[in-house]
Design a protein around this ligand. Structure first.
Ligand code: F0G
Length: 436
């Protein structure tokens, strides 16, 4: 049951072999999606099998992606899979964040616990497996940082050559440092993410390089397991809402597809609503949602946000993401730089922490709860997409009142925690401690 690639556009729906080297429909240019005969699967048997695999020492079973391989059966065999024990991320209760957001309870599914520190690892192990199956020797991506860090890690582990393209001066140092350390050839291009993606698509075709951006349908297959694992952790009880940040919208597409397929197999009986949160200065998807059915995407030519991970003005996966938001009766919201910064500090105070883009979730929840869209007693899971240490510069600036928004306006350090310089003097320090 290796499946096939199908054009996502309803009016086309052309079908292709799962091994065709294509990233878009050759007939109409639309996005592609992997399809399988999932209807034959037995939900009860799957639940048991997946639970049993937790006891297995096999690296495939220990992976939080390949443990669920029946839901992404695009490979004939698993000999080419490289796992770094991705997935297996926790679901963390965060009462202080819930209170800040205006909810009675809130759980974070923290994808920052992945081997390279972001949710990209779930998709990358799948995309790299497909690259190896196709016999590709070089992989490439354009990235706001996390995709490149993840691709560099998996390519190194798989013995593939990795080439990454990043917008010059616009990525967090933690992410750039990872790519360098994992040995990827790194090009810093003087253009924005959207412009570079067009460049890389051209180069991939010309140079025989395998493209591992989220237009790659196999990465989407891997990212489905974020939601599968979340639901397993919840005993297959669907929450009311799943909240996630939206950039290029690959993850929104993956979550929606996973939920539809889980329902088809009978693992869940209803679809949670998706709430996609964008940064106000890079919110073309929110604009599209607001303008209603039938509208086309208006690209943001110069996207701006300090949450560099989601600084994207022309998200490629918007048609899929829109269909998934609609199928789930979901919503799309945008939040300001100040709202992101404060929400991030609150997540930190829970002992959890995340990178700026991830904190858009809590900022969005606060806004949606205040507007009455999300009930106080709603059962909500927010996905934190990247680790706190991805962007330490942002954190230091926030806590020391030096964080400026992209327009140069100083953000308030609402929950700031300034380090204190003290003399080497126990009496003086004791006195300061008593004051605080
Ligand atoms: N959160 C983080 C931490 C990200 O790195 C990204 C995307 C997103 C959210 C948005 O996810 O694109 O699927 O909607 N980062 C990409 C990258 C674009 O290149 O690393 P999306």
């Amino acid at each position: 049951m290796p499946g096939e690639l199908v054009c996502f556009r309803e009016a086309c729906r052309k079908r292709f072999a799962i091994t065709d080297l294509i990233y878009a429909c050759p007939t109409c240019g639309s996005l592609l999606e992997a399809r399988y005969e999932l209807g034959i699967l037995d939900a009860a048997a799957l639940r048991r099998l997946w639970r049993e695999r937790r006891l297995s020492p096999d690296s495939l079973d220990q992976s939080g992606v390949w443990r669920f391989r029946e839901m992404l059966p695009f490979l004939e065999d698993y000999s080419g899979v490289v796992s770094l024990r991705e997935g297996n991320t926790p679901l963390l209760q965060a009462p202080a964040a819930a209170a800040y957001g205006g909810l009675e309870a809130l759980a974070f599914k923290h994808q920052g616990y992945n081997p390279s520190g972001s949710f990209k690892d779930n998709g990358m192990t799948a995309g790299v497996a497909q690259a190896r199956r196709l016999g590709m020797g070089t992989v490439a991506c354009v990235s706001t940082g996390n995709t490149s860090a993840s691709m560099a890690a998996y390519a190194a582990a798989a013995g593939l050559k990795a080439v990454i393209f990043i917008p010059h001066g616009n990525i967090a140092y933690g992410k750039l440092a990872q790519a360098l350390e994992y040995g990827a050839i790194t090009f810093q291009v003087e253009a924005n993410f959207d412009q570079i993606l067009a460049l890389v698509r051209e180069l991939a075709g010309r140079e025989g390089i395998y493209l591992l951006n989220s237009i790659n349908p196999f990465r989407i297959e891997g990212q489905k397991t974020i939601v599968i694992e979340m639901l397993e952790q919840r005993g297959w009880r669907a929450p009311d809402w799943i909240v996630l940040p939206g950039g290029n919208l690959g993850n929104t597409s993956a979550f929606g597809k996973a939920l539809r397929e889980l329902r088809q197999v009978g693992l869940i009986d209803r679809l949670p609503r998706l709430a996609v949160i964008q940064a106000e200065g890079a919110a073309p998807f929110q604009d599209l949602y607001r303008r209603g059915p039938g509208a086309g995407l208006r690209e943001v030519a110069h996207p701006e946000t300090l949450a560099t991970a989601i600084k994207i003005g022309a998200p490629v996966s918007w048609p899929k993401a829109l269909a998934e938001v609609e199928a789930s009766a979901g919503v799309v919201e945008s939040v300001t730089e100040q709202e992101i910064a404060d929400a991030k500090a609150v997540i930190g105070r829970c002992g959890i922490g995340c990178e700026p883009a991830s904190a858009a979730t809590l900022a969005g929840i606060r806004k949606l709860a205040a507007a009455g869209v999300m009930g106080r007693d709603a059962d909500v899971v927010a996905v934190l997409t990247g680790h706190l240490l991805k962007d330490p510069d942002y954190i230091y600036r926030y806590h020391t009142s030096q964080l400026d928004d992209p327009g140069g306006r100083r953000l308030a350090s609402t929950f700031g925690n300034q380090p204190v310089v003290v003399p080497n003097d126990a009496d003086r320090i004791a006195q300061l401690l008593r004051q605080r």
